[in-house]
Design a protein around this ligand. Structure first.
Ligand code: 48F
Length: 256
């Protein structure tokens, strides 16, 4: 019995990992924007894997604002909430409140049910850079990186990579730091996030969602970080819309 339990887990995990060594889209970061992107891509039949450094995907959505576990969404993003079966209550004007725990768990559940392979406790420490294009990601266990253990990673090849790492814009920064590249931003570099300005930030989160280098897309707060947009606090319409937009951009590419 003991051996059966262990071998079941090992066999099943390695099947999942092995069938994900080459994917259509690799998404780094399981925040709201990455989760929404993964869902829309998988729903269209693409092979999608999502990598999250923490034990629980969900990023900055679980905790609401200052641990008050409610978030705000504008009416323009309500169709996405409905697609994910998330309940909302009208507050005032254009703004709706929702329970951040229900919202986050629904995004994760529906992404997984749509066929996204979610790998938690993993960190993406680099990209595969071939022929002036991002062609995959370099994968390790999060504790390996945290403990600064000198252990080589595995490689996952992907036709498109999404940087959904939030405020850090970790993947864009790594690409820029290690390679002599010019990104699709006004300076050609990662510009860095600006201070808080809600309306402006909500708009630019979606505007700045784009392919920033051949093979590398950004969504969510990473989009604003890369292009020098503002932060916005606990309002999430822009994050959800950004996730949907990056999925649509990739689906429009003929190569995927
Ligand atoms: O920050 P995060 O929630 O990303 P997002 O989708 O949403 C931003 C909002 O939560 C909030 C906001 C809206 O008001 O400003 O901050 O842009 O989630 C990013 C996830 O990426 C993981 C990190 O643990 C988090 O869960 N992550 C970051 N770097 C890596 C990573 C990495 N190198 N490898 C794997 N996961």
């Amino acid at each position: 019995m003991e051996q059966l339990v262990s071998s079941g887990i090992v066999d099943s995990f390695f099947n999942k990992l092995k069938s994900s060594l080459e994917v259509d889209v690799a998404i780094v970061g399981g925040g709201p924007s990455g989760l929404v992107a993964s869902y829309y891509l998988a729903k269209k039949g693409l092979r999608v894997a999502l990598y999250e450094r923490k034990n629980a995907p969900g990023g900055g959505m679980w905790g609401g604002a200052m641990m008050f576990n409610e978030i705000i969404v504008q009416s323009i993003a309500l169709p996405i909430l409905e697609e994910f079966g998330i309940e909302y209550t009208h507050y005032k004007e254009d703004y709706y409140t929702l329970d951040s725990v229900q919202a986050t768990s629904s995004l994760i559940y529906h992404a997984s049910k749509a066929g996204v392979r979610i790998f938690n406790n993993t960190t993406i420490e680099d990209v595969v850079f071939q022929d002036q294009k991002v062609a995959g990601i370099v994968l390790n266990w999060a504790p390996v990186q945290r403990e600064r253990m000198h252990i080589d990673p595995l490689v996952i090849m992907a036709k498109a990579v999404i940087d959904g790492t939030g405020h850090d814009c970790d993947i864009a920064r790594t690409l820029e730091r290690k390679n002599d590249v010019r990104l699709n931003t006004s300076t050609g570099k990662v510009i860095g996030e600006r201070s808080l300005s809600v309306e402006e930030a909500e708009r630019t989160t979606v505007e700045n969602t784009k392919e920033i280098y051949p093979g590398l897309y950004v969504c969510g707060m990473a989009s604003n970080g890369v292009s020098g947009g503002f932060r916005m606090g606990p309002i999430f319409g822009g994050m959800l819309l950004s996730g949907k937009k990056v999925a649509e951009l990739i689906l429009d590419q003929t190569t995927v």
